[in-house]
Ligand binder design. Structure first.
Ligand SMILES: [Fe+2]
Length: 320
């Protein structure tokens, strides 16, 4: 099945071993209450239990992430989903490539395969639902007030609620190593890159233009979590609902080049970002996509306001 838009059979590319989706992430932060305030304002059902915060999408109840207490903000792990028949193949694949398979971390028992990536971030591959899209779904048009007035009346506009996780962007000191690891071990494929500054990777069984992306920095870290919303209005209204809560730092409205999505980034309490994103390109399982290397001026954004000076600052590396 596919999450975030009703039941659809999962697309699959036969003959290739690769994860098909991001199933869940777990983030650690110094004070989980800050996360509850931020993510609830962003549009999640944020459910607090046992000193954890679970982030569910309102429409389907899917749990995309958990936030736990920790000394500082850091990604605790990312769980990828694979097809059931591929899990034993992944086990052999990891062993054949010299990747040490670990016991699950304390408090996260599961029957998945646990291992570290090239930067020492904990990953899991487990059997799970395909949360990535199979094919492009057109943006939803605005709900017009009347056949002539195409903007909805403000008081009738919906609160923005993410439909699904689109992608995670990580800082890494070595983009080439990231591409090599996530291609060879995790089975993602390069979508596009710009020299050694940034790389975008998709799932071979059909996904957004990027499930994971890597931006060069002086150390590992989280840059942003990106959340799919149905329309440009949802992006703009989401930015406004965050500003109404005093969460106006960020960047947008704009449109990216690689991935084509419209965006607005909201700075989270720890200096990383959550992105409202709509209309991203999809790379379906049927396409043999050839990733290209783009000039820096062709790789970031098509239009939008000036980029905030600290947009690319890696707070995790600065702390290390
Ligand atoms: Fe993004």
């Amino acid at each position: 099945m596919t999450i975030g838009g009703g039941f659809r059979p999962a697309s699959r590319r036969s003959g290739l071993l690769g994860v098909h989706s991001i199933g869940e992430f777990v983030l650690s932060v110094p004070d989980v209450r800050d996360a509850e305030t931020f993510y609830a304002a962003f549009g999640f059902e944020a459910r607090a239990t046992d000193n954890q915060l679970a982030l569910h999408t309102a429409a389907d109840g899917y749990r995309w992430g958990r936030v736990i207490g920790g000394a500082h903000k850091a990604m605790h792990h990312v769980s990828f989903h694979c097809f059931e028949e591929d899990l034993p193949r992944f086990k052999s694949h990891l062993e054949a490539n010299g990747v040490k398979v670990l016991d699950p971390p304390s408090g996260f028992d599961s029957n998945g395969l646990w291992f570290y990536d090239h930067d020492g971030m904990l990953l899991e591959i487990k059997v799970g639902a395909k949360t990535s899209p199979n094919e492009k779904i057109s943006m939803e048009p605005s709900a017009p007030a009347t056949p002539i007035r195409t903007a909805p009346i403000s008081s009738a506009a919906s609160r923005t609620q993410p439909r699904r996780l689109s992608h995670i962007v990580r800082f890494t000191p070595d983009v080439d190593r990231a591409i090599a690891f996530y291609s060879r071990i995790v089975g993602l494929r390069l979508s596009d890159r710009s020299a050694d500054a940034v790389a975008f990777m998709h799932g071979v069984h059909g996904s957004d233009h990027h499930l994971m992306a890597f931006a060069k920095s002086n150390g590992p870290g989280l840059h942003h979590l990106s959340w799919d919303v149905p329309s440009i209005d949802s992006v703009g209204l989401g930015a406004m609902q965050m500003a109404d809560k005093g969460l106006s730092r960020g960047w947008g409205l704009g449109r990216h080049v690689l991935g084509s999505n419209y965006f607005h980034y909201v700075r989270d309490p720890w200096g990383s970002y959550c992105e409202y994103s709509c209309d991203m390109d999809i790379i379906p399982a049927t396409i043999d996509w050839q990733g290209l290397d783009h000039a820096p001026e062709d790789s970031f954004y098509l239009w939008g306001p000036n980029v905030p000076e600290d947009f690319g600052f890696n707070h995790e590396a600065a702390r290390a």
